[in-house]
Write a protein that binds this ligand. Structure first.
Ligand code: AMP
Length: 282
């Protein structure tokens, strides 16, 4: 695997391979890699001639400085894992490489409701910062296919809107969420959970699963099921619930009919670690 730290070197290399190594797949990450990340690399490897992964903990998408400071860094192990799955290129830029002129964003897109609700409400500015770095990375890598996880459900909705607004010529491929044996969604943040928090963390996916089963059984109205899910998670001492909502899977608006494609989304802090998860309900 080739590792590039400078934009100009990566661009030069990619230009020299551009016509031969198509399609080109891209997997942006923040590192502390786990099987979920690796599943995206494997999918890209299957569908593309060249796979580029980036590791960059983007300061502009963190509204909470402690969360940014405590974000896990396991770069030596990440490089081993990427090598093992046969990733072709790792882009590992510094903050000043990506933001040579500071963090101001003069090209900010207004995504409206999809970026203001749920995560947007609890992490103001998060999606602006995320879109800012994704756009920068896409301009550098110029992939044919971009691989992202369903785990960050709202993120992929916003990235889809970014692709549309900027008329980018690439396909967004969404990969299913990889989970631990007990159902907990894999996340870089999981390594920060202490034993008690780790035990509690499984309640998020358990509740999502319970809500999904309740929807399938059609025994109650959607808002009753949503209320049950919310109360269920709130009942655990140690789970600090930020939201538990059932939404339209495309618009993220509240659902008015069960004919709509529905997704349940949750965010909670457990032992000071912020976790998110989601599940399609139909
Ligand atoms: P992150 O490093 O957390 O920014 O994640 C990088 C990419 O990996 C994003 O597209 C995530 O949605 C995806 N991802 C994170 N966790 C998982 C998971 N458990 N299963 C599948 N994809 C994931």
């Amino acid at each position: 695997m080739l590792i590039f730290k400078q934009i100009k070197d990566l661009k030069k290399h990619l230009q020299s391979t551009d016509n031969k190594e198509k399609p080109k797949g891209f997997v942006p990450t923040m590192g502390a890699l786990h099987e979920g990340h690796l599943s995206l690399i494997k999918r890209s490897k299957k569908e593309c001639k060249l796979t580029v992964c980036s590791i960059f903990v983007n300061p502009t998408q963190f509204n909470d400085k402690t969360d940014f400071d405590k974000y896990p860094n396991t770069i030596t192990q990440d490089i081993v894992l990427l090598n093992d799955v046969g990733c072709d290129i790792l882009f590992l830029p510094s903050v000043s490489e990506i933001y040579p002129d500071g963090f101001t964003d003069n090209t900010k897109i207004n995504f409206g409701f999809i970026a203001e609700t749920l995560e947007g409400e609890h992490r103001p500015g998060h999606f602006g910062g995320m879109a800012q770095v994704v756009e920068k990375l896409l301009k550098i890598v110029r992939p044919d296919k971009l691989y992202m996880g369903q785990k960050d459900y709202q993120q992929q909705i916003v990235v889809q809107a970014l692709i549309k607004k900027r008329k980018l010529n690439l396909k967004l491929v969404i990969c299913e969420t990889l989970r631990e044996k007990d159902g907990l969604a894999m996340s870089s943040r999981n390594i920060r959970l202490d034993a008690n928090s780790r035990k509690l963390a499984v309640e998020i996916s358990r509740t999502l699963q319970g809500v999904k089963e309740a929807v399938h059984q059609k025994k109650s109205e959607i808002y009753t099921i949503e209320d049950w899910g919310r109360k269920q998670l709130e009942s655990f001492k140690g789970i600090d619930l930020e939201y538990f909502d059932i939404r339209n899977a495309e618009t993220l608006r509240s659902v008015s009919s069960t004919n709509e494609k529905m997704v349940a989304l949750a965010a909670a802090k457990i032992g000071g670690v912020r976790l998110i998860d989601n599940m399609f309900l139909n």
